[in-house]
Design a protein around this ligand. Structure first.
Ligand SMILES: [Zn+2]
Length: 232
């Protein structure tokens, strides 16, 4: 495709925001991976303890490879923690482990935004790559199809942006649960909660950045489509 400087007008602010968010995560992790958590327990021990206290003994906690690859898988009901979190007994590890456990609690309670998010996954997996292709094909075949095909591509990609937005309340709620649990169950003392918050807030920023990125791509598509054929 030809080079379009307008793309950068839409994409650059979101890209810079994303880089800034990643830098925030790295610096928060660097600092709070050094500080030992009050309870001295590892991320996996904390997750296990929280799950057991909520009668979720059948939810498994497993180690997984990769930096910040921590996640809860609702389809298998497995909580997978990265090596630093699984074994680590730092404030950062405790915060991330409790956050991921928060997703398991959301799932067990049938927390609505998580259900919507899970329901959207198949559409998003297809829409995120097929949407842009259909959109571009549609944009160059307007003589054949009018703008209909391009709008279909835009709508399909729009599901990705919607997914990124639905992710935000899910992530913020998991972090809120993590902070509450960590203090009420005595894993961290009050003074360490600030470190937990910094790590989790920085992680939340990366989700905000992802949402901004897909929304700005969506706006760029809409800009191309509504402006198509007007000024050439
Ligand atoms: Zn999360």
């Amino acid at each position: 495709m030809f080079f379009d400087p307008m793309y950068f007008v839409f994409a650059l602010p979101a890209l810079l925001f994303g880089l800034w968010a990643q830098w925030r995560v790295k610096s928060a992790l660097k600092k709070y991976s050094q500080e030992r958590v009050y309870s001295g327990m590892s991320g996996s021990e904390i997750a296990r303890r929280i799950l057991d206290s909520r009668n979720l003994r059948d939810v498994r906690v497993e180690p997984t490879q990769g930096f910040l690859s921590d996640h809860y898988d609702p389809s298998t009901r497995v909580l997978r923690l990265s090596p630093q979190v699984y074994q680590g007994n730092s404030v950062a590890a405790a915060g991330i482990a409790a956050h991921e456990t928060g997703h398991a609690l959301q799932h067990a309670e049938g927390y609505m935004p998580l259900q919507i998010r899970t329901f959207m996954v198949p559409t998003v997996q297809i829409g995120s790559w097929l949407g842009p292709i259909i959109f571009m094909v549609g944009l160059f075949t307007t003589r054949l199809f009018g703008t209909t095909l391009a709008w279909v591509g835009l709508a399909l990609f729009g599901a990705t942006a919607l997914f990124a937005l639905v992710t935000l309340p899910v992530e913020l709620d998991a972090s809120k649960r993590a902070r509450e649990i960590l203090t009420t169950q005595g894993f961290v003392y009050q003074g360490q909660l600030d470190g937990v918050s910094r790590v989790l807030n920085a992680a939340a920023l990366t989700y905000v950045a992802a949402a901004v990125q897909s929304l700005s791509t969506l706006m760029y598509y809409a800009f191309l489509l509504t402006g198509f054929g007007r000024d050439d």
